[in-house]
Write a protein that binds this ligand. Structure first.
Ligand code: NAD
Length: 484
């Protein structure tokens, strides 16, 4: 297996919010890895643009420290880091005023790929988009990258789309959902559409149900105040889990092109049915031996915001009618684990005398940790004594299968930024997709707000509230174990 670095064109990447948490923790360490791999062509530049009163040397120092703190193994490459840092420039800028814009205009080149990463609060997106034009910095080929959250409901998402559309064409807008940049998430498409084995079985004739779990061990900690206005539904389901659901449920696109893939995802979202209140379980973590309760973390003793949600969804189309999709995500859970599981139907009839066990194939795709796939199959139990059957996993960890190449896999942010430079929108959300997702989410949130629904408490370090278990048991099913 050979890892190949596909070169991109020379670029100027301006990171608005270049001194912020996301830029220092993810974007710049990621870019350093791309630089080291040789993917960042000579002459390309990264320009930090933020409010802090820094000069070029100060910014370079700040980013060197950030890479040392947040980079992986590559941070020990001091020579490489020095060369990378030399590509950095900085402009102190005011998104809401005129300060710094003339300077930025004089730095950004017109004859290379231009990308502008809006790593700032969404309330500044409109100001940035407008000033990029009034100062004649952006042109019809420039790309902008916008971070989540993309709105907090349909109305705000629509307003954001309209604001951006005033200055940029949809083909220039890259809405990031970093889940789409994860290696395994793309592998999901490779598994589905690159193998003969699975696609014929991928429907309501053979699939009993599908589970998607994204469990985190961390609480809301330092971002409690922000999170309290959002909750698990807005923070995780409307974007990340929805994207996973789309990839697992969509029809095969005619080709792996940006609009072909996004058209199919949009159809899935539009086919999602409203969820009955008794098919939604919201939870809030209680204090544990090693941490505060959600309400303490959020500094809101009367908060009704959910840090956990489990729900049973249905997709009304020919392929999936009658197949439940169970989604679950939460904070302060037992283990950090993200997994998509396809549970196939039971064997209708067993030819093996005395075999009363229930045999079913289960395909699980692990996003983290230990990215890989596991297919449960039924085989004969070894040894004499007739045909006794057991279910065993055919387990494939990508790290084992790919060897050292697995180490070379770029992380989500690196991959997505390089896609922006390449002009490939396949792994980014289109405006209509985001709006459709909010159209489905809004009535659910409005529903529980109108009912004054109070989230159920769950122990920190557990698998969530009892009610989530009960929801599955009522259907004669059970959640997959959450394990690291
Ligand atoms: P942050 O508060 O750490 O940084 C904000 C940045 O914006 C700073 O560089 C600041 O100088 C700049 N800024 C603020 N006001 C400005 C103004 N008027 N003009 C110019 N620059 C200004 O925020 P962050 O955590 O880095 O998040 C940035 C964006 O990314 C937000 O939209 C956030 O929701 C999103 N996001 C962050 C994370 C994360 O892990 N931090 C994850 C996903 C999405």
């Amino acid at each position: 297996m050979v890892s190949r670095v596909i070169p991109v064109e020379t670029f100027d990447l301006v990171i608005f919010g270049g001194t912020g948490d996301l830029a220092r923790r993810k974007i710049l360490p990621g870019l350093f890895r791309r630089f080291r791999s040789g993917q960042m062509p000579e002459g390309s530049r990264i320009i930090g643009a933020a409010r802090s009163d820094l000069d070029q040397a100060g910014y370079r120092q700040m980013i060197a420290a950030a890479v040392a703190e947040f980079g992986g193994e590559e941070k020990h490459d001091s020579k490489g880091l020095e060369a990378f840092i030399a590509t950095l420039d900085y402009v102190a800028i005011d998104a809401k005023g005129e300060g710094g814009w003339a300077e930025l205009a004089s730095i950004v080149r017109k004859d290379v790929v231009q990308a502008f990463y809006f790593s700032v609060a969404p309330s500044l997106f409109g100001d940035l988009a407008e000033r990029l034009h009034t100062n004649s910095i952006a042109n019809a080929q420039s790309r902008i990258v916008v971070e989540k959250p993309f709105g907090r409901d349909l109305e705000t998402a629509r307003a954001l789309n309209e604001t951006l559309a005033t200055h940029f064409d949809e083909s220039q807008i890259y809405r990031i959902d970093h889940y789409l940049g994860k290696e395994t998430v793309q592998n999901l498409m490779a598994v589905r559409f690159g193998n003969m084995l699975f696609e014929p079985l991928w429907n309501n004739h053979y699939v009993d149900h599908i589970q998607i779990t994204v469990a985190e061990t961390v609480g809301v900690g330092g971002r409690g105040a922000y999170y309290d206005k959002s909750g698990a539904m807005r923070d995780m389901v409307q974007n990340h889990l929805m994207q996973l659901l789309c990839l697992i449920a969509m029809e095969p696109p005619s080709q792996f092109g940006a609009d072909e893939v996004r058209d199919e995802k949009l159809k899935v979202i539009r086919a999602l049915q409203p969820v009955e209140p008794h098919h939604i379980v919201r939870g809030q973590y209680d204090a544990g031996y090693d941490g505060k309760s959600y309400r303490e973390d959020a500094e809101n003793p009367r908060s009704f915001t959910e840090s956990f949600i489990a729900m049973k969804c249905e997709i009304a189309n020919w392929r999936w009618a009658g197949v439940p999709f169970y989604l679950r995500t939460g904070k302060r859970m037992k283990a950090r684990s993200s997994e998509i599981t396809v549970v196939f139907k039971d064997l209708g009839h067993s030819i093996f005398e005395g075999d009363e066990a229930r045999h079913r194939n289960i395909l699980s795709i692990r996003l983290q940790p230990n990215e890989g796939m596991d297919l449960q199959v039924t085989i004969k139990e070894p040894g004499p004594g007739g045909m006794r059957l057991i279910d065993v996993p055919l387990d494939m960890s990508f790290a084992d299968a790919l060897g050292p190449d697995a180490e070379e896999v770029p992380d989500a942010y690196e991959r997505l930024i390089m896609d922006v430079i390449r002009g490939n929108q396949t792994l980014f959300m289109r405006g209509d997709e985001v709006e459709a997702a909010w159209s489905w989410t809004d009535p659910l949130i409005n529903g529980w707000e109108a009912r004054n629904d109070v989230p159920k408490l769950y122990d920190a370090g557990s698998t969530g509230p009892e009610d989530a278990m009960a929801m599955m048991h009522r259907d004669g099913r059970k959640w997959r174990e959450i394990k690291a």
